[in-house]
Design a protein around this ligand. Sequence first.
Ligand SMILES: [Zn+2]
Length: 444
Amino acid sequence: MLLIHNGLVITCNEEDDVIEAGAVLMAGDEIKEVGSSEDLLERYPEAERIDAEKNIVMPGLINAHMHLYSTFARGMDLKTDQPPKNFLEILEKLWWRLDNTLSEPEDIYYSALAAILEGIKRGTTTIFDHHASFGLIEGSLDIIKQAVEEAGIRASLCFEASDRQGKDLTQESLEENVRFIEELEAEENNYLSGLFGLHASFTLEDDTLAHIGDILSDLEVPCHLHVAEGRADVRDSKKRGYKNIVERLDKYGIWQPGTLAVHGVHLTEEEYELLAARDCHLVHNPQSNMSNAVGAADLPKARDKGLGIVLGTDGYTTDMFASLQVASILSAHQAGDPRVGGEIAQKMLFSANPELASKTFAKKLGSLEEGAGADVIIVDYQGPTPITEDNYYGHILMGLTGDKVITTIAQGEVLLKNREVKVLDDEKFTAKCKQQARKFWRKF
Ligand SMILES: [Zn+2]
C-alpha cells in the first residue's frame, strides 16, 4: 500500500471535499481510502509513505485530445521560405509532411514517449491520442502502446484514417484501427482503449466514409476525429452537396455514441444539436485554435444545445493546467463577457474529462475517492490565501502550472517522484530522443 500524507487534498469528488492535513491511501491500482493524515497514518503504519509537505494532492489530469506524434515538430526547420499563411497550409507544409516522414518505428516510439513523459512531469495521467504516421502505418499503434506501457499512464489510441495519401494508404489506415481495437478487446485491461480514428471530413471521400460506417456498425466503438477546425472543412461538405459536415458524417453513421468531435469551430447551432443528440463530445483545444488562427467553438452555445464539452491540447502543449487557463480566458475574451469561461473551463477539465475517461477505461477517474483509479499528483503549491471547498478552483486556475507538479502516480505506480522520472533513465532517454529527432529532421 502507498500512503500520501500531510497534503492539502483536493478530492474533486461529488461533494468537492477539500481536506487539510489530508491523506490518500492506495492499494494496487485503486484508491482505498481518503481522509485525515493522522487517522490514516495511525491505521496503516505498514504502508509505504510519501510526505506531501503541505502541498496540494489532487487527481491526475486527463487530456482529451493529443497528438503524441507531433513531438519532433518542436524547433524543426520547415525548409520553406514561404511560411504557412493559413490553416490548410499549416497542414500541408508541416503536419502532413511530418506524419509522412514518420517512417521508422523509432520515430514513433521516441515522439510518443517523449510527449508522455513531459505530460507525466506536468501531472497528466490519461491521454486520448490521435495518431498519424503515413510513413509507417501498420503496427504504429502497437509502438505507441509500448510507450504508454513503459511510462505507466492510461491512453486511448487511434490512427487518423484519411484519403489524403491515396487509396492504398487509406485502406491500411482503416485496417490499423480495426486490428488494434480487436486485439485490445482480447486483452481486457483498464489502461488502454482504442477508438476509431478519422482525420477530418474534408480528407475522406464518400465511399471511404461508407466503408467506415460498415466497419463501425460491426465494431460499435466511438470515433475520434477533427470537425470544422478550419473553414475548408465546411466548404468541402457543401461542395459535395451536403447541408453541412455533421449531416454528411451522420449519413454514414460516423457519430457513434461517445465520439470525440474535435474543435467544432465552424459548426452551426443545428450541428451542435445533432452531435448532442448522438451523444458525442465536443473537444476544445484553445491554444491550438488560437495558434492556427482558426477561431474557436462557441462553447456557451454548444453547452446550451446539450453537448458535452471536454478539454484537450491538440499537441500544442502537454500541460493541462495551461490548457485550462487559456480555455477560461479565451471564452471570456470571445464572448466579451468576463462571466463566461470560468465555469465552462472548470467543468471541462474536472467533470467532463473525468466522466469521459471513467467511461473509456471502466474505472472511476479524476476523483480521489474509495474505489477510484490510483491516479494522483502532488503539486508544489500552498497559496498566499486560504484554500477551501468554495475557492479551490480559483487557486488551481490562477496558481497552478504543470511545472509545479512534483510527484505523479498512475495506477498506483509512482511515475515521477520529487520531479525525478522513476520509470526510466530520463537523461539517457532524452539523449537518444534528440539523436532520433536529428535523424528525422534530415529526412523531413
Ligand atoms: Zn488534433
